[in-house]
Design a protein around this ligand. Structure first.
Ligand code: GLN
Length: 220
């Protein structure tokens, strides 16, 4: 999108992870932001670098305007939603989604991308993905689990993924939403054109195939 943007050449907190940061891919690769208000930011930055995207943090409207695509990380959707409002990012993000920017929401990110939640409590949502989602649908924190699942369009066998107090989609609200994987009959990977969402965390297992598939769709 932007020609003047210079991506960061380091990943904040990389020293905490115990392994060297993946190399910077350099010019020609898409600039993919990670919403960096709360949650699994570093893990996504590193996964995106491993699949040769220019991964950058997004905390401000200017940074949002500079990216070709955005990851909404897992974390706590109520917190991230409130911070989106406080940081003045909610409206600009909704506008970019309406304009067709690719977005990949994982776990809390899936919740935030959903048009509707299966709950009476109100919380700020980004919306755009025409699904109804139930938070904490697989149980409490102690019910979190790792598993391997087949994902439509992802070659090479089942993916290693982590469900951490994960949501699930309970209703598709539009025929344009494709279900790419299910667990217990519930959609856990969905795609609606440029909007991708997973109920699980693909960024903590080192299995980067979904990140690669997403980045492959991003024009720069
Ligand atoms: N349960 C969290 C929420 O409702 C999501 C958990 C996660 O992102 N791992 O926002």
């Amino acid at each position: 999108m932007s020609t003047s943007f210079v991506p960061e050449r380091w990943i904040p907190g990389a020293r905490l992870t115990g392994s060297p940061a993946p190399p910077h891919p350099g010019p020609g690769a898409p600039i993919v932001g990670v919403l960096s208000l709360q949650g699994d930011v570093i893990e996504h930055l590193r996964a995106l670098r491993r699949v040769r995207a220019n991964a950058v943090q997004v905390k401000t409207p200017d940074q949002l305007a500079s990216v070709d695509a955005l990851v909404l990380p897992g974390g706590e959707s109520t917190t991230i939603g409130k911070l989106l409002v406080r940081f003045g990012l909610l409206g600009p993000l909704q506008a970019r989604i309406a304009a067709g920017m690719p977005v990949f929401g994982t776990c809390a990110g899936m919740i935030l991308l959903s048009d509707e939640l299966d709950q009476v409590e109100e919380q700020p949502l980004v919306g755009g993905l025409h699904v109804r989602t139930r938070r904490n649908a697989f149980g409490r924190q102690q019910d979190s689990f790792d598993t391997r699942i087949e994902v439509v369009g992802i070659d090479g066998g089942p993916m290693d993924v982590a469900f951490i107090r994960a949501p699930r989609v309970v209703e598709l609200l539009h025929p344009g939403v494709e279900v790419l994987a299910t667990v217990e009959g519930a959609p856990v990977v969905v795609r609606q054109g440029p909007l991708w969402a997973t109920a699980f965390h693909p960024e903590v297992t080192g299995d980067d195939r979904l990140h690669a598939a997403f980045v492959a769709t991003v024009a720069c």
